[in-house]
Write a protein that binds this ligand. Structure first.
Ligand SMILES: [Zn+2]
Length: 262
């Protein structure tokens, strides 16, 4: 790839200002994500939002965070970052400690996570974090880095979802189902960005961002008990993360307006 083409493939992260490699059209990723999401939901036990308080809570918290992000981008004149987003929030009956958001706003929370979040504000911390990964195009960046690592020649014809190399890359980054072997982890930069803006978005949604600290401590303890939860494998809860979260706290609290409900 020429230098000019390489620069053209870089985009500026709308919330952090960081330059990111971005080789894939967002619309392509969203289309693939939608297919994978529907397949995942059809193969897993989705908890009914009309009869389950937990599933209703997942939708409520997720919707608030999506609204906060929508107004955050609108105030910055960057609403186009959310083009194509059609938010969906589902709880699946699965004891894994996990949650994720795919491009286009397709969110899943596993019931196993709720035992660790324990309260709505901590769930908001996790959803704020996962949703930030999606809206900040972190998956596109990781797929692009993976494409470069595999050789530039596949980039030119990769942006079709029936290309097997593309599918492998997509699955290695988003891994919506457990059968996929290799998971390309988030970079440390991406993790800090997701923690930083996840806190801000949960505070804007009316949830106390201070709950992030005891949540990550509970997550670390959960890792000690029964093997490493999938979420913890890609999100190490260590002193570095806690210290960074503390350093974002004053800024996040400046956005915090408590909601009247619990
Ligand atoms: Zn993360």
């Amino acid at each position: 790839m020429s230098v000019v083409a390489f620069l053209a493939a870089c985009s500026t992260n709308a919330i952090t200002g960081r330059k990111q490699l971005s080789l894939f059209p967002e619309s392509t990723l969203q289309q693939e994500a939608l297919t994978q999401y529907q397949t995942f939901l059809s193969q897993n036990k989705v908890v009914n939002q009309n009869t389950s308080k937990d599933a209703e809570m997942v939708r409520r918290v997720g919707t608030r965070i999506a609204q906060a992000i929508t107004s955050f981008y609108a105030q910055k004149g960057q609403s186009s970052e959310l083009d194509g987003y059609k938010w969906e929030f589902n709880l699946v009956d699965n004891k894994e400690v996990n949650a994720w958001c795919m491009p286009g706003g397709k969110v899943v929370v596993y019931t196993g996570l709720l035992a660790v979040t324990q309260n709505e504000a901590a769930l908001a911390v996790v959803l704020g974090h996962e949703i930030t990964h999606a809206v900040a195009h972190h998956g596109n960046e990781r797929m692009s880095q993976g494409a470069l690592a595999q050789g530039l020649e596949i980039v030119g014809n990769i942006a079709t979802s029936n290309n097997p190399k593309y599918n492998t890359l997509f699955n290695n980054v988003f891994a919506p189902t457990a059968q996929i072997g290799v998971l390309l982890p988030n970079s440390r930069n991406q993790e800090y960005e997701a923690d930083h803006f996840g806190l801000i978005f949960s505070a804007m949604s009316g949830y106390n961002p201070r709950e992030a600290i005891p949540f990550w401590q509970r997550m670390a303890a959960a890792g000690g008990k029964s093997g490493t939860p999938e979420f913890l494998a890609t999100h190490p809860s260590d002193e570095n993360r806690i210290a960074k979260l503390q350093s974002y706290m004053d800024e996040a609290l400046s956005y915090y307006k408590p909601v009247s409900t619990k």
